[in-house]
Write a protein that binds this ligand. Sequence first.
Ligand code: ARG
Length: 264
Amino acid sequence: MKTKPRRLQRAVTLGVIALATVSLQSVAAQAAPHPDPNPSNRIVGGTRAEQGEFPFIVRLSMGCGGALYAKDIVLTAAHCVDGSDATGITVTGAVVDLESPDAIKVKSTKILVAPGYDGKGKDWALVKLEKPIDQPTLKIAKDPKYNEGEFDIAGWGADKEGGQQQRYLLKAKVPFVDDATCQKAYGDRLTPGEEICTGKLHVGGVDTCQGDSGGPMFRRDEAGEYVQVGIVSWGDGCARPESPGIYTEVSTFAGDIEKAASEL
Ligand code: ARG
């Protein structure tokens, strides 16, 4: 960077536009540093979501995330609500700031834990709300074709292994990790077909973490609409190299989820 001005002086043939571009770049480079340039201090590799960016994401009072499957039904992880009192959950929506006066808070009336859930795979559940949260919903992937590429993750969970829960919703993007590769990390603890993995395999640094559970892992479909591919479930630590994050494979359970929601 320090050699740039000299080179600029010598480059007398540079056009006005090129000069303007270079000076814009150096202004940007000299601008105040990011509030915390070290990614490891900013979520597990994330940044703050804009208000309204992911309006379907909600927070559950036991410290999990969820997504609005319908305005009055939240899709979350079974391990978040298993054993909870059906009317004892408060769901907060419509905000990225959990302390915002604009937060909508609604009580649960029913919980449906995935049939056959026993702690291995099948980590999904539905929570019925006392009244609707009037925000856009997130459609679920009914087809495994969305189980690849790059995914969005977001939540109010810890910003690093052992870290604090967050006041503001954080987001990040993570690449797909195939079952065979993920099984090298987790062996039989992974349930391929029921679980889908993500992460920057050899480098780590970006992941969901404690308190993000139940929240959605999603991407855009051909129409450019968000579609939910996963539910935050588990992982060894958070954002460690060679330890992908593990998500419930939504497409596998799409039929069961639809049926359960229609009967809830
Ligand atoms: N089980 C955790 C929770 O209850 C989620 C952990 C996700 N871990 C990961 N490395 N992606 O919040």
